[in-house]
Design a protein around this ligand. Structure first.
Ligand code: HEM
Ligand SMILES: *[C@@H]1O[C@H](CO)[C@@H](O)[C@H](O)[C@H]1NC(C)=O
Ligand SMILES: *[C@@H]1O[C@H](CO)[C@@H](O)[C@H](O)[C@H]1NC(C)=O
Ligand SMILES: CC(=O)N[C@H]1CO[C@H](CO)[C@@H](O)[C@@H]1O
Length: 430
């Protein structure tokens, strides 16, 4: 008996020693050891994992980049990149695969989904742009129901936890990504489809349902349900948070809001005239949207992965490293944007202080083969909401509100909403 116990203890000890040595080797030898970063981050990913889960890492990373430069090692095998060339290389030129993190984001373990697919897949053939709506969920943008928003945000938060600590979800009773509330929402969408399903509705839900009907084996029911759920989350919380952010900047900059009002009123004498098609080319409206996205819609979860050694931002990155572009740094980089922290739609209308703004530097929708599949859809939706709101109401600032946000896949407001004063406009001609 004693001899077995001793043997087990020895083996355990040997394993601990082996792990310590390999952690030390990883920390202090090889190409990653040359990348600047906090000392503890060389040894453990815990501090970074905690920051990511809380979604508070914007301040943290801001300090890191100021201290260490454009490339920082935040965990033994995770590197953040803040410079334009480096980010461009990761997302576009090398178009690196998504990190293993995404495997853990599946709503049901083992069940593939578009968003979590790691390799460049044929998935982009999905004809999302021909869709006209999200299937009844986009009314969330104007809904006052913060409970619903919380349901969506909770999926993003759980995803962040599962991504960092994938084994947790196998603990009995550990909350699963899809809550009962989310399931209820999905059931409602599917039920409505059964009743009203006759006319050919070209929305995203229908596209997914059709995919299941055409190929029930290759695209089984569970996949269909997961994809619809994911589209509801990916499409509505993001669009609503971005629209809110743009409105926030408008009411905080009344002179800019006035210019937008003038543009909308010069083009449309009535609210009903405002349609997707007519909104496409309004210069100031588009400028306002891009500027709002630039300031507030930096995604935090663009994790990519090296499968072979790659040079990024002047450093050799070995294979099997997570490389994480940090768009917030780029989108507010004073080297790229004059008056980087100010809301200046004019920079999108021509040369501003010697610089011409470039949409490629606003990574709200990411870039490369895995960019946002719904970005043009979201743009159309935001144009419509903003134009109609501005046409119908006088908007004003409600003072004293928190602007605090958390960043998971995309940002969200801690208080769950941002209030804007509204007053019905007087008809312009009596
Ligand atoms: C303002 C609104 C939106 C923002 C800021 C946004 C942001 C993003 C970002 C940053 C990514 C890329 C993640 C990465 O590179 O790893 C992404 C991917 C995605 N988005 Fe959006 N999105 C928005 C609206 C939408 C809408 C309306 C839809 C659906 C119609 C949608 C569906 C998706 C899907 C399915 C992906 C995954 C694509 C892939 O994995 O290849 N998004 N989104
Ligand atoms: C909307 O929600 C806010 C915050 O929960 C609440 O104060 C307000 O009364 C609600 N408004 C309406 C019209 O329900
Ligand atoms: C905008 O940036 C992209 C990507 O860096 C670059 O290819 C393009 O030439 C730029 N456009 C302008 C007008 O500078
Ligand atoms: C760079 C950055 O995000 N700074 C923020 C850090 O946190 C404080 C308080 O929450 C904000 O006011 C800063 O803007």
């Amino acid at each position: 008996m004693g001899i077995y116990l001793t043997l087990i203890l020895c083996l355990g000890l040997a394993e601990i020693v082996r792990r310590c040595i390999s952690s030390l080797m990883l920390a202090f030898t090889g190409p990653l050891s040359k990348i600047p970063g906090p000392f503890v981050s060389k040894l453990t990913r815990f501090p970074w994992a905690l920051e990511s889960i809380q979604g508070k890492h914007m301040n943290f990373t801001h300090r890191l980049f100021q201290r260490y430069g454009d490339i920082v090692r935040v965990a033994p095998t995770t590197v953040l990149i803040a410079d334009k060339a480096g980010i461009q290389k990761i997302l576009v030129e090398e178009d690196l695969v998504k990190a293993p993190f995404f495997d853990a984001l599946r709503l049901h373990p083992g069940n593939p989904m578009l968003v979590t697919e790691r390799n460049k897949a044929s998935h982009k053939s999905t004809d999302v742009m021909s869709a006209t709506s999200l299937g009844g969920s986009s009314h969330l943008v104007t809904s006052n129901d913060t409970k619903l928003k919380k349901t969506f945000v909770s999926i993003l938060v759980k995803a962040a936890i599962n991504g960092q600590f994938p084994y947790l979800r196998y603990i009995p009773f550990w909350p699963q990504p899809i809550s009962a509330e989310m399931n209820r929402l999905l059931e409602n969408v599917l039920k409505k489809r059964d009743i009203a399903g006759q006319p050919a509705k070209r929305d995203i839900v229908q596209i997914i349902l059709d995919a299941h009907q055409t190929d029930p084996v290759g695209f089984p029911e569970i996949r269909m349900r997961d994809e619809i759920t994911m589209f509801m989350v990916a499409g509505s919380e993001t669009t609503s948070a971005s629209t809110t952010a743009i409105l926030l900047h408008l009411v905080n900059n009344p002179a800019k809001l006035k210019l937008l009002e003038e543009e909308i009123e010069s083009k449309f004498s009535e609210n009903d005239e405002i349609t997707f098609a007519k909104l496409h080319d309004l210069p100031y409206l588009n400028a306002v949207i891009w500027e709002g996205l630039r300031l507030m819609t930096a995604p935090a979860g663009l994790l990519r992965y090296t499968e072979k050694p790659t040079i990024i931002s002047g450093y050799e990155i070995p294979s099997n490293t997570i490389v994480q572009p940090w768009p917030m740094a780029l989108m507010k980089d004073p080297r790229i944007w004059p008056d980087a922290d100010s809301f200046i739609p004019e920079r999108w209308l021509g040369v501003y202080k010697g610089v011409e703004a470039n949409r490629s530097d606003v990574l709200a929708f990411s870039a490369g083969s895995r960019n946002c599949i719904g970005w043009q859809f979201a743009m159309r939706e935001m144009r419509l909401i903003l134009a109609r709101l501005v046409r119908r109401y006088e908007l004003s600032l409600v003072e004293g509100q928190s602007h605090e946000r958390r960043y998971h896949s995309t940002p969200w407001f801690v208080q769950g909403f941002y209030k804007v004063g509204i007053k019905q406009r007087q008809p312009s001609h009596a």
